[in-house]
Design a protein around this ligand. Structure first.
Ligand SMILES: Cc1ncc(COP(=O)(O)O)c(C=O)c1O
Length: 392
């Protein structure tokens, strides 16, 4: 089969290897593992992950719907979001086993509606910052993520929920933040924690890049023994982050102010976090000692559509292939068709080595997204001068 770029290739064997590591940790510690599907919600990926986990962590109605389509009741669905919408609550309770409120006001307003259907938890903000970049820091000043730990302590509301949730780190490779956070929560809430049924330690830990899991295992065993609660983790990046690559082809090369620019047939459309966070993705062909330095750029009209400056053994030529590695998490899910550039073909490199095409997008998909003719009530005047006032 001939493969045209750009392609996004998911590596089943790598996902399974990550999941086997987690299965071992789960066995040794007794913790429950959820897949945070926001990282990469391809249904095929969800099917691969499903046998290894206790369920999925979701952040919206659509994610909850997809989660249940795959799980079909065979696992937990934990919802955590600041974006709870009253109109969606009923449906969410039919899909989610656990709902974590993001604020005391949402808890007060919505707990009476959902508590007979789903287990109720609170996301708390432990106010311990471990992430230098505030754009990733859930505990940043004026955070919108979770109930301020001091406010919760003062409100004395912890006994009105069955679970606590926190998520405070990003791509962490040691467990010090987790241990310190748990210590702080125990100091604040003491024996009240024994009345809980579960504590969700969130995601953000790159288990596949951590050599020593023992501190995590010891922590979970201790919490389970002393508090008699279920302990959950909900990982995205730690399950799929290192398990996909984006392949591209050089379509133009030229000099600009003394540097060589190589234009690719992909762009930051396919990896928006490169632009959002100004980070350069890992390029397999890059060689630190390479003689030739080149700027890898995407093909959209955005001046900053640039992946970074990399070094190569030989100068890049038209038709050369470039491989962005470890782009499994938060890449495809954020991809867009800006400039009318198509989304990449999505393949699964199966554990048996075969490449399986999961998705191929066409002009019809682009047209469907933007043409109002495909909306069933298009052309109907739903905005009258009366109801327009709602939008002012
Ligand atoms: C509440 C929550 N849980 C879990 C995750 C998954 O984090 P990661 O993919 O870094 O493991 C996130 C990521 O944003 C999150 O916001």
């Amino acid at each position: 089969m001939s493969i045209t770029t750009p392609t996004f290739i998911v590596d089943e064997a790598q996902i399974i290897s990550n999941l086997k590591t987690l299965a071992d940790i789960r066995k040794q510690s007794g913790c429950k593992v959820l897949y945070a599907m926001k990282a990469l919600p391809c249904s095929r990926v969800l099917e691969i992950v499903k046998p290894f986990v206790d369920g999925f962590a979701v952040s919206s109605l659509f994610e909850a719907q997809l989660a249940q389509e795959v799980l079909a009741g065979q696992g937990d669905v934990h919802l955590t979001t600041p974006a709870l919408i009253a109109e969606e609550l009923y449906e969410l309770t039919t899909l989610c086993t656990h709902i974590n409120f993001n604020s005391l006001s949402h808890h007060e307003r919505y707990a009476p509606i959902v508590e007979t259907q789903a287990a109720i938890g609170l996301r708390i903000n432990p106010k311990l910052s471990f992430v230098a970049d505030d754009r990733f820091n859930p505990c940043r000043r004026y955070s919108k993520l979770g109930v301020d730990i001091d406010a919760l302590w003062q409100a004395n509301q912890i006994e009105q929920v069955t679970g606590l949730h926190f998520h405070t780190v990003f791509s962490a490779t040691d467990f010090t933040p987790l241990i310190q956070t748990v210590e702080k929560i125990r100091r604040y809430f003491g024996n009240s924690l024994e009345k809980l049924k579960w504590i969700n330690l969130g995601g953000g830990y790159l288990f596949h890049s951590i050599a020593d899991y023992q501190p995590f295992i010891d922590l979970v065993i201790q919490l389970r023994r002393e508090l008699k609660v279920d302990i959950y983790i909900e990982l995205g990046n730690g399950i799929v982050g290192n398990a996909a690559q984006l392949n591209a082809t050089v379509i133009d090369c030229f000099e600009s102010d003394g540097k060589t620019v190589a234009i690719l047939d992909t762009s930051i459309n396919h990896n928006p976090e490169v632009f959002e966070y100004q980070r350069s993705p890992h390029v397999l062909e890059h060689d630190v000692n390479g003689r030739y330095s080149m700027i890898l750029a995407g093909g959209t009209c955005l001046a900053g559509d640039i992946f970074g400056e990399y070094r190569f053994k030989q100068p890049l030529q038209l038709g050369d292939k470039i491989t962005f590695a470890k782009v499994g998490a938060y890449t495809l899910i954020k991809a867009n068709r800006f400039n009318g550039h198509n989304l990449p073909n999505v393949y699964l490199k199966r554990a048996d080595g075969e490449l399986e095409l999961l998705k191929h997008y066409t002009y019809q998909d682009y047209q469907q997204q933007w043409s109002s003719a495909t909306t069933s009530n298009a052309g109907q005047p739903i905005l009258t001068s009366q109801n327009m006032t709602n939008f002012k």
